[in-house]
Design a protein around this ligand. Structure first.
Ligand code: SAH
Ligand code: DHB
Ligand code: MG
Length: 243
């Protein structure tokens, strides 16, 4: 079920749902579908990645088609050659990010679940991107610490999209793997608007607020939050640049 619909249904039982007016969500989805079709954003590799993720029982929480293209464009706009992703799932966003890379580029993507990583590797291979991508299994915070300890070259672009309760930690660890100019994008920071609710007791909302507060007071970054609507309902991205 569309998460936005879910939210309205359960939080406002008095609202008349069976009215004749279209809900905003219908229009958001129609526009996403119109744009994806118009700009040919959906292709065989991306749609197979979703089909295979679904067959393997993975949750339907990958970025949307239009958002995936946004990630590819941001990575290209920043001339990124080394990309880090936190939270691989079935490799949908990883395909988008790896497509932005030059032939000698690298995407390192971190995933807790061995099963998710296996689905992602197969999807990346089929997309012809297997050689550019390193899917590392384990708790992302540990993988991030190992990357920092290995003194690898800093990343040009970092996409944070794993468990939300560790977003503050992922920000700190990401900064250790950055250089001035590194672009950091974090998914799911608006959370149906709950991010503006200082009294929220939802663990994920609180963690995202902590992440944004850390961002706000850290002189190493300049940032904004962009709200989004579409097939994934109402949410948004944080966009940061390391300075
Ligand atoms: N970026 C993906 C979606 C990621 S969903 C896409 O858009 O296609 C979030 C993923 O984070 C899930 O696969 C989940 O297993 C993984 N995850 C959850 N906790 C984690 C942790 N502690 N370390 C690494 N990955 C984690
Ligand atoms: C969830 C995670 C995501 O990264 C996302 O984009 C949507 C939902 C989730 O864990 O429910
Ligand atoms: Mg997400």
């Amino acid at each position: 079920m569309n998460p936005r619909f879910h939210f309205q249904f359960f939080s406002s039982p008095c609202v008349v749902i069976w009215n004749t007016e279209r809900m905003d969500d219908d229009r958001w989805t129609e526009v996403d579908e119109y744009v994806a079709e118009l700009l040919s954003l959906d292709d065989a590799a991306l749609s197979s990645a979703l089909t295979d993720s679904d067959s393997a029982g993975l949750p339907h929480i990958a970025v949307s088609t239009t958002q995936g293209k946004m990630l590819e464009l941001l990575a290209r706009m920043s001339g990124s050659r080394r990309i880090l992703e936190i939270g691989t799932l079935g490799g949908y966003s990883a395909i988008s990010l790896a497509r932005a890379l030059p032939g000698d580029g690298r995407l390192v993507t971190l995933e807790l679940s061995d099963k998710h990583a296996g689905v992602a590797r197969a999807n990346l291979e089929r997309a012809g991107l297997g050689d550019l991508v390193d899917v590392r299994v384990g708790p992302a915070a540990e993988s991030l610490r190992s990357l920092a300890a290995a003194h690898e070259e800093p990343f040009d672009f970092i996409f944070i999209d794993a468990n939300k309760n560790q977003y503050p930690e992922y920000l700190e660890l990401s900064l250790d793997l950055s250089r001035p100019g590194t672009v950091i994008v974090a998914d799911n920071v608006v959370r149906d608007g709950e991010v503006a609710n200082a009294a929220s007791t939802d663990e994920n909302v609180r963690a995202v607020r902590d992440f944004l507060e850390l961002t706000a007071r850290d002189p190493r970054v300049s940032a904004t939050v962009i709200q989004t609507v579409g097939t994934k309902g109402y949410d948004g991205f944080a966009l940061l640049i390391v300075q």
